[in-house]
Design a protein around this ligand. Structure first.
Ligand SMILES: [Mn+2]
Length: 436
């Protein structure tokens, strides 16, 4: 049999036990949670996309396998899986068997997926709450079963008293990262830093955006990592297209490159943006604009402490960006007027950050009872202010078509914020030095 690498645990068992226990402790007595693996996604005809596990399922089981389900009760955990068949192995290689899966997940009760259908009524009948991810990918079978149990009341069955989205407990757990998770995020950040540093050095007039993207892929894969999301490598005015991912243009001297690209490994993500000159130096206008964004980013990072909120961090960045735009003659009105009329949105139209973790735009609510939630230790978020200056006649010429964003991943701690992606060059002198 070919060496398939290890089927051993990808996530330490203590870590998985802790997560499941924390989840189970918050479940209602007599309730059940059912989670499925991610569905297979078709690229075209009979060719599938590379499999990506459902983040919630992976978080609680550590199993990257296709076709399975997790059933959790406050006192019990069962995982249903499809054991590999000799025919499937010819195409896809050996799958972990039930015993190997149990070793990886720490869930001893591993059953054949074929049994789920007949067990489903037993799990759902009379349950106080059914935690279930309703939405696009949800298999209908769960709700069908719930309804069947309800309408067969004369036979003594009953449906769940309520259906609750697991986000309400599971996503709140995922929001607070463990030391183990933060260590993994640090490793992912280091891979991202290596790629960015190499690319800042490599960019030259005449280089294709795609060539820089190729370096990203090489560095990521050389560490057994993947790109965390479709990479943005945007030269010149294309930096003002927020989701530019074509990456097919040639870089010109005098332009900057906005690169929003980062690594992901073991479903742990980083998310980094840097903006740097194609040639050896920033122009004076680029330096002026860059310094505004950099200052806004630094102050917003400093403000990312316990008790702050996404909104308060955004306001710190916004203040500095607006002042800078006024100083540079790009915004013509006063700060108060710009805030009131939101005229700054022409140049800064996105929020300053988002949670990051097992999803790049991670789960966890941003507001509690309508109020922005306050930061507590263990939360990890991005801080990513930017300025995007359109090529309009009323804009001083030197700033037209310039787009800049600077983004780092920040851990909220008891003390000062921990910048996971600090190693990615960001100072003007640092960047220019890399280019000589
Ligand atoms: Mn981001």
């Amino acid at each position: 049999m070919p060496d398939m690498g290890r089927f051993g645990p990808e996530i330490p068992l203590e870590e998985l036990q802790r997560r499941r226990q924390a989840c189970q402790q918050q479940m209602e007595p007599g309730s059940v949670l059912i989670l499925h693996t991610a569905p297979k996604r078709i690229m075209s005809n009979d060719v599938a996309y590379r499999f990506r596990q459902d983040s919630d399922f992976y978080y609680l089981t550590g199993l990257p396998v296709e076709e399975g389900a997790l059933v959790l009760q406050p006192e019990k955990a069962v995982v249903y899986l499809k054991p590999g068949s000799p025919e499937k192995e010819i195409w896809e290689g050996p799958q972990p068997n039930l015993e190997e899966s149990a070793e990886m997940s720490g869930i001893q009760d591993s059953r054949n997926l074929e049994d789920l259908d007949k067990d489903l009524e037993g799990w759902i009948n009379g349950t106080s709450a059914l935690y279930y991810t309703y939405g696009n990918d949800s298999p209908d079978k769960i709700l069908e079963t719930a309804q069947r149990l309800l309408i067969r009341g004369r036979a003594g069955t009953s449906g769940p008293s309520k259906i609750v989205h697991p986000a309400l407990l599971l996503h709140e757990l995922r929001l607070i990262k463990s030391d183990w998770e933060i260590q993994r995020m640090q490793e992912t950040a280091a891979i991202t830093a290596e790629a960015h540093t190499e690319i800042i050095r490599a960019a030259r007039p005449g280089t294709g955006e795609f060539e820089l993207e190729a370096i990203l892929h090489r560095v990521f894969r050389s560490h057994n990592a993947w790109e965390a999301y479709p990479s943005i490598v945007a030269g010149g005015e294309r930096a003002c297209i927020l989701h530019y991912i074509k990456n097919d243009a040639i870089l010109k001297d005098g332009d900057m490159v906005l690169m929003d690209a980062a690594a992901s490994r073991g479903y742990i993500h980083s998310d980094v943006t840097r903006t740097f000159p194609v040639g050896p130096h920033f122009s004076q206008a680029q330096k002026d604009l860059y310094s505004v964004v950099l200052n806004a980013q630094k102050k917003a990072v400093e403000a990312s402490v316990v008790g702050a909120t996404m909104d308060s961090v955004h306001d710190v960045a916004l203040d500095i960006l607006i002042e800078g735009l006024i100083d540079l003659g790009i915004l013509k009105e006063s700060k108060e007027e710009s805030l009131e009329k939101k005229t700054y949105r022409r140049f800064y139209m996105h929020r300053t950050g988002h949670w990051i973790g097992y999803d790049v735009h991670d789960v966890g609510s941003y507001y509690l009872q309508g109020q922005p939630r306050t930061f507590v230790p263990g939360m990890v978020c991005t801080v990513e202010p930017g300025l995007y200056i359109p090529s309009d006649d009323d804009i001083p010429e030197a700033f037209r078509g310039q787009g800049i964003r600077i983004e780092d991943d920040i851990v909220i701690t008891e003390g000062p914020p921990l910048n996971l992606t600090k190693a990615v060059p960001v100072e003007i002198e640092q960047i220019e030095e890399l280019k000589c």
